[in-house]
Design a binder for this molecule. Sequence first.
Ligand SMILES: Cc1cc2nc3c(=O)[nH]c(=O)nc-3n(C[C@H](O)[C@H](O)[C@H](O)COP(=O)(O)OP(=O)(O)OC[C@H]3O[C@@H](n4cnc5c(N)ncnc54)[C@H](O)[C@@H]3O)c2cc1C
Length: 346
Amino acid sequence: MQSYDYIIIGQGIAGTVLSFQLKAEGCRVLVINKTDQNSSSRVAGGLLNPLTGRKIVLSWKAEELFPYLWPFYREMESATKTHFLHPISIYRPYAEIADQNDLSGKSADHRYEPFIENLNAVAEEGIHAPIGGVSMLQSGWADLNPLLDAYRTYLGEDYLEEVFDEQELHHSSEGVKYKGYTAKGIIYAQGKSVAESQYWNWLPFRPVRGEVLMFKSDRELEKIYNKGVFVLPMGNGLYKTGSTYDHADLSNAITEKGKRIITEKLAAFWQLPFELVKHQAGVRPATKDRRPFVGQHPEYSNIYIFGGLGSKGVSLAPYFGAALKSLLLHQKPISEEVSILRYFKS
Ligand SMILES: Cc1cc2nc3c(=O)[nH]c(=O)nc-3n(C[C@H](O)[C@H](O)[C@H](O)COP(=O)(O)OP(=O)(O)OC[C@H]3O[C@@H](n4cnc5c(N)ncnc54)[C@H](O)[C@@H]3O)c2cc1C
């Protein structure tokens, strides 16, 4: 029998971040994961976008999430000896003059100020933005595939590549046992498929399928552009663009419809020739109230969840992973807005 402090199921961004945080506190952590190239984290754009929505507003909890995530991911870069973090400006073209006026009013709010670089920014050549746009601070993207691969190497023998079989999980007030492993607790961080768990199937999930495209262009742009779809420069003339939102079809299949939606939205501002090179789809582990699911099972004290990160897992994971770590190690309660107890009560 091999003993650990915690077992984590899933090595998407949720399991990766949380296990790193627990290991940094000296915990022994086993991560069980079955690689899926269509998992949400593998397909994601990885955008870190503090100003979002049609009305260009501060994204939920941006003031708390963003100052925390940058140093956190830098620490992960140095621990894994991998470069995956790209702090670059996101440029959001205005749809109408009113957008600029609205944002200009909001910029007086001290919460907006740290995220606005220029309210009258000029787009690079090849981008159609006739009335200008806003360029952001503390924005960018994280290239998740190199991070996930490097972190797996970092875990070494504490990584198990296999499908977790819930029938093999035994738990008591003493802890949990899974095959040849024991631990104080187990954390489900397995993305959309946690909805199939007998311990978590009562939570209101609302998964959303999304498609992304990659294309080549002979122009190197410096910023991320975002209007209806994002376009992010991955380097060497390669760009990622997306995405779509589909609640009905929850397969990983790519579709002509998805491609058409993305390319039509892209054409509204991207004016350079390009050549499509890849098309992918994945399912976001989203929830009905669009808030994460974090916390301890209400009946089984050694079973936990870290999920429901929806369409913003890259910016949410560090902050809420730290919250779950504080619950595990210091019994600090999870805030009500993300705690799963919000559903157990009702
Ligand atoms: C098209 C698209 C674009 C997106 N763009 C962005 C973006 O720009 N910015 C952003 O922040 N977020 C984005 N997201 C959302 C982001 O991908 C998610 O919020 C995040 O990746 C969820 O991470 P996770 O670790 O919870 O789940 P996942 O990434 O799904 O990871 C779960 C892991 O658990 C494994 N697993 C599942 N079941 C088992 C089992 N039984 N046994 C073993 N292993 C198992 C899976 O294979 C996977 O490796 C996007 C998502 C999509 C689909």
